[in-house]
Structures are given as C-alpha cells and as structure tokens.
Design a binder for this molecule. Sequence first.
Ligand SMILES: C[S@@+](CC[C@H](N)C(=O)[O-])C[C@H]1O[C@@H](n2cnc3c(N)ncnc32)[C@H](O)[C@@H]1O
Length: 296
Amino acid sequence: MLTQHAYKEHRAQIFDMARQAYLRRMAPYVRPRAAAARELGWIIDEAAGKGLRGPALHRRVLRDATLRGQGVPLQYLLGNQPFGDLDVLCRPGVLIPRWETEEWTLRLAQATRENVPDPGALRVLDLCTGTGCVGLLLAHELGAAVRGVDVSPKAVGLARRNAAHNGLDVAFARADIFDDSPALHGPADLVVANPPYISRAGLRQAEPSVRRFEPMLALHGGVEFFSRIFALADAAGAHGVVAELSDDAQMREIWATVNADRAWAGGALRDAAGRTRCVVAYRDWSWLSALVDERY
Ligand SMILES: C[S@@+](CC[C@H](N)C(=O)[O-])C[C@H]1O[C@@H](n2cnc3c(N)ncnc32)[C@H](O)[C@@H]1O
C-alpha cells in the first residue's frame, strides 16, 4: 500500500506527464513554451471552473490543447475576452474583439465624458457590431442609448447574449448596412463602426489562425463600407463618426472619398503601437479633435 507521501508523489508525476502531453499538443502553434504554459493554465482553470474533474477534466483539456495546437484562437476555447470592464462572450463565427478596438473605444468614452454635459442622453449607432463589444462598452461607460447592427445572425444573437451577460440595455438588430433597413434609420449623435476592412493582399499576410478560424464576413472589405457609414451618419444627423480601419494608405483613400465635399473635419487616430487605426470625423463636435493624432 502507498504511504500518503508516495501517493502524493505518484499523483504529481501523473499530473506532470499529462501537462507535458498537453504542452506537446499545443507546441505546433503556441510558442514559446512559456506562452503555451500560461495558456494551458487558463484552459485548465476554465475547464475546472465548469466543474470538470478527473478523466472528464483530462479529456476536455487534451481536446482544447489539441485545438489550440491547430491554431484555434484561445478566446473560442475559453469562450470569453475582457473588453474594458466588460466580459465579452466569444463564439466561432463572430470576430474576437481586439485590444486596438478596446483602446479607441475607451479613448472615445473618456473624451465624450469630458466634453458632453449629459452623455447619458446621447444616441449612438454601432454599425458592424459583431459581439457588440464597442456599443456595449460605450453604453457601460456613458450610459448612452446605443443601437447595434450586424448582417450576421450569429453576431446579433451573440451581441444580445453579451448585453444580458453584462447587464446592459442595448438594442441589436440584424441588417445589411447597404440595404435600406429600418434598423439603420433614426437620429444618432455618434456613429461608431469597426467594419470589415482588410484587402485581399492584407488577408494573405494575416495570421493563419485569423484566416482559418475567424469569419471572412468580418474581415474582408474596403472603402465601400466607409462611404456607406458616412452616408448613414449624414442621414442620422450625427455630430461625429469614429470608424476603425487598417492603415495610413486606407485612411488617405477613405478621407478623399468620404470628405470630397469637405463637410467633415478630422483625421487619423493612432493606436498604442503607433499604427493608424481609426478615421475620426466631426462637424460641430470639435472636441473630437482630442482623438486626432494626425489632422487631414
Ligand atoms: C471587423 S468585425 C467587427 C466586430 C466588432 N464591432 C468588433 O469590433 O469586434 C466586422 C463585422 O461587420 C459585420 N458585417 C460585414 N458586412 C456587413 C454588412 N454589409 N452589414 C452589416 N454588418 C456587416 C460582420 O458580420 C462583422 O461582425
């Protein structure tokens, strides 16, 4: 019979063997090993947090480690991603929120709080809402009345779940922004969007896990989306527009297209990595210039 000490050692050895097996499954995609070990900790915590134990826990962790080794994004395995103060549920078929998006949304919320006397009275339209992350964070930060729209039924379903999950009252509707849907009509003070903006060439350079596992509908697009976003902002009588884009060259092309009549002032917002990340445009809301890192 094993002594208590020998039993503990035996268990530790089995745990270590399992751990090595998990890390080997992750190795083809997650490097260096320290990063894989960190992710493995999250995968184990998530599975254990669901109440799995013993062989069921082992099977679940082995499955997730294998999928991660094939490049499946971690957020689709864990099922969530923090976004500001929010916990955003993530599901395959809907784009995972990115840190760049979180960063500009928080900057926008702060500038709005500092410059708009009653941010709770604002009407915000979030186009191409995906998980709903941008609209939900603005509703949380400002108490504003937010509407979100996406063409994907999966995205709209998940955005609604995210509203409930975070205790927020945001209305999400399914609509193609190029259609003439009632969901796109009505006044809005601020229009925000993170539309699909990656070119065919850009897609070829994107990380394999993005290309293979995230929805093409959320990725591939160009200036046509921005023309439509600005047309909708015009129709809504918006004071400002903030929309995410890919780089300097796209910013120049978009600005020349959407501001041919020079109705808007504004420019480019850069992210913490120094990359051009958003077009920021305003009419009377000149305080939005606080977000402009390069004037156009
Ligand atoms: C880059 S993702 C952004 C998702 C989310 N706003 C975020 O920041 O994580 C773009 C979203 O646009 C949606 N989309 C693509 N084409 C659309 C269209 N024509 N009308 C409305 N939504 C569209 C996609 O389904 C996807 O959810």
